[in-house]
Design a protein around this ligand. Sequence first.
Ligand SMILES: [Zn+2]
Ligand SMILES: [Zn+2]
Length: 307
Amino acid sequence: MQRTTSGIGTPGGLSGHEAQGHLDQAWRPWVKLLDVALQAAESSAWASAVPELPVRSDAAWPPYAPLLEGASIRIDGRRTRKLVRELIHTADDARDAGAQWSTAMRGRRLDAVGLLHAAIIRDHDAVERIAARAGIDASALAVVAQLAVMPLLHACADRWREHVSSAWTHGYCPVCAAWPALAELRGLERSRRLRCGRCATDWPLPVLQCAYCGEDDHDRLGTLTPEGESQTRRVEVCYTCKGYLKTFTTLRPMVLRTIAMTDLASVDLDLIAQERQYARPSQFAHRLTLTVSRAGARAGELRTPAP
Ligand SMILES: [Zn+2]
Ligand SMILES: [Zn+2]
C-alpha cells in the first residue's frame, strides 16, 4: 500500500464530541440539522416502527441482501411529518436571507411517508417528484430526507444487531445497504470496522480490501494522510474504482452521533480526496425492495418501489 502526504495543512485530528466544538462556523447550520435528526434517533419513539425481520430461510436468502430487504415498515404518519417539518424549518432558519422553503411549501401536500421510503432505498426520482408536488427544492429535500431516515434506520439496526451475519463480506451496510460513512481502525489490534452513517451498523472488512469494488491487490490501494498528522485520520483510496473512504483510529466503537459529527468535522479529508479525483459512489450497490406505510393505512397506501 502506498502512502502519500497530501500537502494540505489541516488543524489537528478531531473525533467525536470534541469535533463539534471545533467545527468551522460555516458548518453550524449542518450541526443544527443533524442535531434534530440525532435527537430523534436517541429517543425510543421510533422503536415501535421496527418491523419484524422478513421470514427467510438462509438457503433461499441471497448473501448480498441487507436485513431490510423485503421488510414491511409501518410508521406513525404524524411523527414522521413532524420530524420532516422540523428538519425543513431548521434548514430554512439556517439559510441565508433568500427564498424560504417552508413558506413556499404547501406543507400539507408534502408526502412525508413517501419521502422516507424514497430516502431509504435512495430513489432520487421519487424525491424529486415529492419535492415538485410540494413546491420545494429537490436537492435540499434530498438532504432533509437522508436525515429524516436516521431515527428509523437506527432503531432497526439497534433491534437487529444480533442478526447481522458474521459472514457479511460486502462493503455496504448489512442492514440498510448504504455505503459506509467512514471506517474505524479500532482498538490496540487496529481491526477495521466499517460504519454506516444512517443506522450506525458496524461490520468488518479486511484492511486491504476496497469497500466499493472489492479490490484486494495492495498495489492498487493507497492512503492519503494530511500533512503533519499522525496516522489517526487518513483517507484510503482505490486506484481501480477511484473510490475513497475516510478512516479514523478509535479505541471504542463510535455511536451514531459520533459517526455523524466525525464525518462532518473531517470535510478537509473529503477535499483532499476529491482534489485528486477520488469520489464516493453515487449509487447504492444494492437497491432495496421494501414497503413503508402509515400505521393504520389501507393496503392501497403502501409505498412500493417504482417499476
Ligand atoms: Zn446502515
Ligand atoms: Zn475500489
